[in-house]
Write a protein that binds this ligand. Sequence first.
Ligand SMILES: Nc1nc2c(ncn2[C@@H]2O[C@H](COP(=O)(O)OP(=O)(O)OP(=O)(O)O)[C@@H](O)[C@H]2O)c(=O)[nH]1
Ligand SMILES: [Mg+2]
Length: 309
Amino acid sequence: MSWLDRLKQGLKKTQENLVGKIAQTLRPGRRIDAELLNELEEIMVGGDIGIETTTALVSELKNKTAIRGLQEADQVMGLLREVVSERLKKAEGRFALRTDGQPTVFLILGVNGSGKTTTIAKMAQHFKELGYQKIVLAAGDTFRAAAIEQLGIWADRVGVQLVKTTAGGDPSAVAFDAVDRALKEQAQMVLIDTAGRLQTKFNLMEELKKINRVVEKRLGREIDERLLVLDGTTGQNAISQAKLFNEAVKITGIVITKLDGTAKGGVIIPIAATLKTPIKLVGVGEEAEDLKEFKSEEFVEALFATNGK
Ligand SMILES: Nc1nc2c(ncn2[C@@H]2O[C@H](COP(=O)(O)OP(=O)(O)OP(=O)(O)O)[C@@H](O)[C@H]2O)c(=O)[nH]1
Ligand SMILES: [Mg+2]
C-alpha cells in the first residue's frame, strides 16, 4: 500500500468526522449565510480544531467568500481546503541532520503512552535504511524496567546499539553515556528515550531540563532536535501538553502519532496554526512504514479525500 493510501486509511475517521460532515452541510443549492457559517463552526469545534483556530478559519472563509463574491455553499469546500492548506504548509519542517561528521542527537519527549519508544524504533529503522551504520539508543526512561526492556528488544530487532542502566537509575547519566559512546565510536545518530511520567509534573520537567543540559555539555553544542511526541487521539489535550513541554525545554519539532483509529485528527490544524513548532512526522499505525515525514500537501489530500478515494 502506498503511503498516501495508508494516510487516507488512517485518517478515515477524522475525514468522516470533519470533511464528511462539512460536505453534508454544504448541500448544493444552499446559500452561504450566517447560519451556514455557524454550522461549519460547530462541526469544526466538534472535530477538535478548537475555538481559536476555528474562529480564525471561519472568519477567513467569510472574508474570502465576500471578496470573491461567492454565494453557493458548494463553493466553500475548495476555499476551506485552501485556508487549511496554508496553515499546514507553514508547519512543515525537515529534520536537522548533521553533515559535519558529528552524531545527530535527538531527544524524544512526551507524556506516557504517546508513542515515544515506538517512534524511536521506527526512526532507528528508517535511518538505518538510509545508510546510518551506527545508531545508539539511550534508554532514558528508567522509570520502569519494562520500558528499558522494550527499547532493548527494538534495538536488537533493528540492529542498533543500546545504552541503559537499571530501573530507577539516573536518566541523565544514561543519556550522557550514550552521547559519549557515540562521540568516541563516531556513531551517526543518538536517539534518547525519556519517561513520560514521574511522581509529579514538576519533577518530570526538571528531569528533562537536566537531561538536555547534561547532553549539551558533553556535546559542546545544542541537541539537534527535541521532538515532542503527541498522541493524536487526545485531541485538544495535545495543545496544552505541547505548551507545557515547551516551557521546560524548547521543542524543535512535533511528532503526531495514532492518527489512525481516531476521529480527533483535526487537532493537527490547531497544532499547525497556533504552536510555533514545525510538525516533522505523522504516524498512522504501529508498523515501521506507518510513520513518515509530514508533508502538508499529502495530508490535505488525504483529509479532503471524498469517500476514502
Ligand atoms: N495505532 C497506533 N498505535 C501506535 C502508534 N504509535 C504508537 N502506537 C502504540 O502506542 C502504544 C504506546 O507506545 P509507546 O511507544 O510505548 O509509548 P511511550 O510514549 O514510549 O509510552 P511510555 O513509555 O509508557 O511513556 C504502543 O502500543 C504502540 O504500539 C500509531 O501511530 N498508531
Ligand atoms: Mg516508552
